[in-house]
Design a protein around this ligand. Structure first.
Ligand code: DAH
Length: 350
């Protein structure tokens, strides 16, 4: 072998050993970039040797050329490994620095708290648990049967149209929707076939409404259902009175007015004395002294029969009202949309 070939091969071995130690010892990514340019760049010793290849004889060219490729591959691999290690270390350091102990007590004494709607929902749950009710879980996605048909809602009822309800693009066309009220939970409870039933179901409901000061397309309702032997209108009357006084204060009075809901007969709308003027008449209640809160009535026999309940033995009452609406009334909030705007200045008042 020509003497100068030996020298070149020895030089290449030397480069490998020096570069390997350098890549192993590299401390940061900018240092790595300099090393890459020093050992693999256009002006590196490797590139210089490559340029000299053309001057060599064919056999020597082959030997040096192959060795050059191997050396380049080894160094590139070294550089890749060094880069991976440095990046992993950088990420680990960043994670360590970004750690935020969410259990740490805020030294300024500024704590988060439950949203007003959640607070009221929990108050309502406590009131009804105290009266011996259970809290039922409903489904936010319902079929037409639970949301309408089993509740005695006519096929041509406006709520069933695409304009009023959010239908899902699944199942048979127009058969699955986001529940428009919490009343379908009545059907699930009746189907269970365990009596007596004393239950409430608070939860989210959906309607195709544009948000305005009195409406939200997604809001909360609470449903109540009692089915037992000998339940009559007086039981409903008393329950409305007691629960509304618990939530609005003992001076609050309630009244029931005739109303219409397909799932109750007779049906009523219930009002409470205005929380602002206590019944005197003011702007909030339009001078009436009363504000409308929800609907109620005796469970319609068709609803009981649809779930195979023995109507000779059992009767019941139901009621439902909006929790967000209750919130804005109790706190005299002028626009229901404030509840969902997440403005801390508003939320921190409650
Ligand atoms: N589901 C009715 C609505 O969304 C509210 C309602 C009225 C519920 C009367 C009831 C009831 O349980 O008896 O407007």
């Amino acid at each position: 072998m020509e003497e100068n070939i030996k020298t070149i091969l020895a030089t290449l071995d030397d480069i490998v050993s020096k570069a390997s130690s350098a890549f192993d010892a590299v401390n940061d990514l900018s240092e790595l970039a300099s090393l890459e340019s020093l050992y693999l760049g256009k002006k590196s010793a490797l590139s210089e040797i490559k340029k000299e290849l053309s001057a060599l004889e064919v056999d020597s060219k082959k030997i040096v050329g192959e060795k050059l490729n191997v050396v380049r591959e080894v160094l590139e691999q070294k550089a890749r490994e060094a880069k991976e290690l440095l990046e992993a270390a950088k990420l680990a350091k960043q994670i360590e620095e970004d750690i935020c102990d969410v259990t740490e007590v805020d030294i300024d004494g500024v704590y988060g708290h439950l949203h007003l709607v959640t607070q009221i929902r929990q108050e309502l749950e406590d009131i009804f648990l105290g009266l011996g009710y259970e809290i039922a879980e409903g489904n936010e996605i319902e079929s037409d049967w639970y949301n309408f048909t089993a509740l005695n809602v006519d096929f041509d009822h406006p709520a069933r149209t695409m304009q009023d309800s959010f239908y899902l693009d699944t199942g048979e066309n127009g058969s699955i929707l986001l529940r428009t009220h919490t009343s379908p939970v009545q059907v699930h409870l009746l189907e269970r076939g365990q009596f007596p039933i004393y239950a409430i179901c608070p939860g989210r409901v959906y309607r195709r409404d544009t948000a305005d000061p009195r409406h939200l397309p997604v809001f909360h309702q609470i449903e109540g259902l009692v089915v037992d032997e000998g339940i009559g209108f007086a039981d409903l009357r008393g329950t409305v009175e007691v629960s509304m006084q618990a939530i609005f204060g003992s001076e609050t009075r309630t009244r029931l007015r005739p109303g219409y809901f397909p799932f109750t007969e007779p049906s009523a709308e219930f009002d409470i004395t205005c929380v602002i003027c206590k019944g005197e008449g003011c702007r909030t209640c339009g001078g009436q002294g009363w504000i409308e809160l929800g609907g109620c009535g005796l469970v319609h026999p068709n609803v009981l029969s649809a779930s195979n309940v023995d109507t000779d033995r059992y009767s019941g009452f139901a009621f439902g009202f909006g929790i967000d609406r209750l919130a804005i009334m109790r706190h005299n909030i002028l626009d229901i949309r404030y509840l969902i705007e997440n403005d801390i200045r508003f939320l921190s008042q409650f």
